[in-house]
Ligand binder design. Sequence first.
Ligand SMILES: Nc1ncnc2c1ncn2[C@@H]1O[C@H](COP(=O)(O)OP(=O)(O)OP(=O)(O)O)[C@@H](O)[C@H]1O
Length: 494
Amino acid sequence: MNGAVVASPAPTGNAIIHLSNVTKSFGSVRALGGVEFRVSRGECLGLVGHNGAGKSTLMHMLAGTLRPTSGTISLDGADLKGYTVALAQQAGIRCVFQELSLCPNLSVTENTRMMHRHTGGFGWRRRFGNLIRMQLDAIFPDHGISADAIISDLSIGRRQMVEIARAFTVPNTRLVILDEPTSSLDANTASQLLGFVRRFIGDGGSVVLISHILGEILENCDRIIVMRDGQVSVDAPADSFDRSRLVQAMGSAHARTRESLASSTDRAQGPVMVRARPKFQRDETAVVAREGEVIGLAGFSGHGQTEILVEVFEAAGRRTTRTEAASSVALVAGDRQRDGVFPLWSIAQNITVRSLAALRQGPLLSPDRELAMATLWKTRIGIRTPDLNNPILSLSGGNQQKALFARALGSDARIVVMDDPMRGVDIGTKMDVYDLIRSEAAEGRTFLWYTTELEELENCDHIYVFRHGRIVADFAQGDLSEQQLIDASFREAT
Ligand SMILES: Nc1ncnc2c1ncn2[C@@H]1O[C@H](COP(=O)(O)OP(=O)(O)OP(=O)(O)O)[C@@H](O)[C@H]1O
């Protein structure tokens, strides 16, 4: 097992699926280098590892959407020559991948119907509408999603909820792979999902849970597999881990624990760079960001935080009735699939697109300058790729997100707005990015940062909590506890 540490593995006779000595290469990139992996009945298996460690590639093998370059796959103890998507589905294996697979121009009901190819007939719309509604109710009470809603009209969090609920609508489902299922969910919705996962396991189901939020893994899994550079580095019962052992096993240079990076200097005297009053605000309260401040936006997702960031982005260098941005603005999109990456462009082009003016040589763009800028950011932010001219989609999800950070931080924008930007970014990189944000803020850059992760708010100088499109509370750094944030998130504006 390639030097992996294995502690009291569950009996293999109980395995639903077993991958043995599996390798996978994409051209010169060896994504998996001889992996041993199994999932047993009735277990919640946590899968963690740095960005690009090979987790999603391994899950694609389980789903049958990728074939191993070498190695074997056995299902319920039987070795299979040609493992396919159809076989995986027949065996009750469902996958919810990081990059969501819903059809954006179809409704929630129609997308549910697609999971049930062999059933249809008269009245299918009502039947599948009821089915997805029931499943959403079971997992996310108070979800507020209509079965008739068109997917492209839903926020990324709600799309993620539909994608998850849809996977559980198929009757024979017995193993569900959840690849960073909570990355776009707020804390309340995430805990509803994890509660449901535990009930599903209690009823004999199995789940593979991939997450960079290590607390979720430690609290909800029975066994944890840590991947590192395409190999399993540790496979052990969850109760043999704590957070620091997990971080260490991932090979992160950043075993440091939570630490606030918020500024200790008082920036209250600097010039105002951003003033933004939400559209539905009934009083004069506004988000105010001074030069060099890192301002956090919090509250449950879909409560107006993204809208205010977009308004600031659009107001760059201008002043409107409600929004003022004193300088140029760069945006780090949270919904990278829809608003972030240019899918047909290279990694280098995706990084440099916000800085074209600075990369010109005469009237033309200089490829050398473009590559030099991309290379600088590849090193600064640790983008894992053998070649920056490769397509952006050849990167793992977390590495794509790093490229979006590089695009914004590498630009000359004085204001950076970030819409839940750490989606899928591993713990080591997060720590690097926190440091980067803090040092850029010390140089006078201003940040507006919407995040669904409480831990990240500790990096902010001031925090505004949103509810139903309005600011309902604001806290100076150090004044905010978890309970206060939850209470404020439920508070109605007066
Ligand atoms: N289609 C592809 N073409 C080329 N390389 C790929 C492709 N898919 C994955 N890779 C490479 O395989 C490696 C493993 O990627 P994978 O997506 O499995 O990582 P991961 O552990 O899921 O990362 P993350 O936490 O960022 O999602 C990476 O180096 C990635 O760039």
